[in-house]
Design a binder for this molecule. Sequence first.
Ligand SMILES: C[S@@+](CC[C@H](N)C(=O)[O-])C[C@H]1O[C@@H](n2cnc3c(N)ncnc32)[C@H](O)[C@@H]1O
Length: 268
Amino acid sequence: MTTSRAARPVGAVTRGTTNPNRLRRMDRWIVASHGGALRRAGSAVAVDLGYGAAPWTAVELLGRLRRVAPRVRVVGVEIEPERVAAAKVFEQEGLSFVHGGFELPVGEAPMLVRAANVLRQYDEREVVGVWERLCARLAPGGMVVEGTCDEVGRRHVWVALGAEGPRTVTFAARLGSLERPSDLAERLPKALIHRNVPGEAVHAFLRDFDRAWAAAAPYASYGVRQRWVRAVGDLAGDWPVVGGAGRWRQGEVTVEWGALAPRGWVGR
Ligand SMILES: C[S@@+](CC[C@H](N)C(=O)[O-])C[C@H]1O[C@@H](n2cnc3c(N)ncnc32)[C@H](O)[C@@H]1O
């Protein structure tokens, strides 16, 4: 006699903390950098991996992506079964919720996997394996965005990855909440949070950013945004900053992964 047993989802249940509108900065960047690819892909699937105790962030992701990619579908994937059951009442056209883990049981290859505040509770040594697993599931031209923010999304740092591996790191903040750019260190994603120490690139980057911020102090009289734009422009002289002042004005800066990768980085 054969018995069929559903495979166990890959990963571990972690705290379900979430909040409405928490991921707005990440979503804004996704729309700007990946919206065109999602639109061209037609009825593409976007995964909200580990949406938490309530599915607000998945509902919001659908709304935000649909403005630029009207046929996109969002699938919320959560490893804790009761959170999936609770989310079901929020299902609507283009939005569904499934029980699963890093194996991404979504039927077709996703164009986007957004994993916010999920890996933070895993061990640093697990990160590369999870990244590889998620990237291997992507549709051609797809993207993984993995990162961490505070409870209400004022401070956020994420890594963007393509099929080949990590590409960029983005720092984003409500600028008025920052005393200095290195305040963002507390929200570094798991791959970098333990690397904010002398001798590591991310530490040197935040040190240089603080210096540029201090040098840009006179611009504060024009507003904190002007000061940030000036500091990032300065920083771009020494670090491979991606994108222009249009993004910086949003309170963002994106840097090539290779410049911030941990020492001895052996990932792809
Ligand atoms: C802190 S909550 C984050 C909720 C939401 N993404 C946010 O940023 O507000 C993390 C959620 O990820 C889920 N999770 C952890 N590992 C997972 C995995 N391997 N697959 C799916 N969900 C996972 C946890 O069960 C938890 O509900």
